[in-house]
Design a protein around this ligand. Structure first.
Ligand code: PAF
Length: 281
């Protein structure tokens, strides 16, 4: 595995040969969820393609007061995991390498980014789109793999690729979970013992919502939202940021939960904000 630290070196190495470059963009602090994305990428790359993993904690997707400075950065461990997972190139630029001090061009998706996490994390998806666009250019990825845990991010990036004609195919990989159902996330490491014990309530509430919907055929979205909020709020440390029922493709709020439903939640445990979702096609 090659490790590349400079964007210029990455762009020189990338080249557009006959075999696919498959990119897994990450912010590091890798866990089994990321390893499953790399595994997906290896299948998509085939024997002759090349799997790139980027590790970059992107400052422009964090708002003031968010966890940019304390985000875990266990680089040596990440490099080892990438090597063991069979990545071909680890692209780990320094923050100063990715953004010029007077950087002034950003990519903004204006529709799918507005609700859900976009409503409480202003500027977040602008930062995500900007860095992902830069990573696509630098690596000349043919395919990029993203996790369904960040469903809104996946939808926003698909829209960016469609609307700006990026020659990149976006592949989605399912959420990987702890045995108790908690979706894997680098931020789970922030949870105190009691918070961690209560966090699986997100998954349980979403599964209960699916049961309710499947047994009733269709439901007013507001009733589904209320039931999820009630289930989550039974856990005293859980503070609901949002529970929304939206169309899984357009992310538009639904009045009646019937077809292609996405129930998405964000919940705070102390200073840690966790997200999860369930797709009910
Ligand atoms: O999902 C993430 O880890 C990040 O948002 C991404 C896509 C790597 C961009 O920084």
């Amino acid at each position: 595995m090659k490790t590349v630290r400079s964007p210029v070196a990455a762009a020189r190495l990338a080249g557009s040969g006959p075999h696919p470059i498959v990119l897994v963009p990450t912010m590091g602090a890798l866990h089994e969820g990321h390893l499953s994305l790399i595994c997906h990428a290896k299948i998509l790359a085939g024997r002759k393609g090349c799997v790139w993993v980027s590790v970059f904690v992107n400052p422009v997707q964090f708002g003031p007061g968010e966890d940019f400075s304390r985000y875990p950065r266990p680089f040596a461990r990440d490099a080892r995991l990438c090597r063991e997972a069979g990545a071909d190139v680890l692209f780990a630029p320094k923050p100063t390498g990715m953004y010029a001090p007077d950087h002034s061009v950003f990519v903004e998706e204006s529709r799918l980014s507005a609700g859900l996490c976009g409503a409480s994390r202003s500027g977040h998806f602008r930062g995500v789109c900007t860095v992902v666009a830069k990573l696509f250019h630098l690596t000349r990825a043919d395919i990029a793999v993203f996790g369904e845990k960040d469903w809104q991010q996946l939808a926003v990036i698909r829209r960016m690729v469609r609307d700006l004609d990026f020659p990149v195919r976006i592949a989605a990989a399912p959420t990987i979970r702890e045995p108790d159902g908690l979706a894997m996330s680098s931020r789970n490491a922030y949870l105190a013992t009691e918070e961690r014990a209560q966090a699986p309530v997100l998954r349980r509430a979403l599964l209960a919502a699916r049961e309710r919907l499947l047994s009733g055929g269709s439901l007013p979205a507001s009733r589904l939202v209320q039931s999820v909020i009630r289930d989550i709020s039974r856990r005293p440390l859980a503070v609901v940021d949002y529970v929304e029922v939206v169309d899984a493709d357009t992310l538009a709020p639904l009045r009646c939960a019937e077809h292609n439903v996405l129930v998405a939640v964000a919940v705070r445990f102390g200073k840690t904000r966790l997200i999860d979702n369930i797709h009910i096609p």
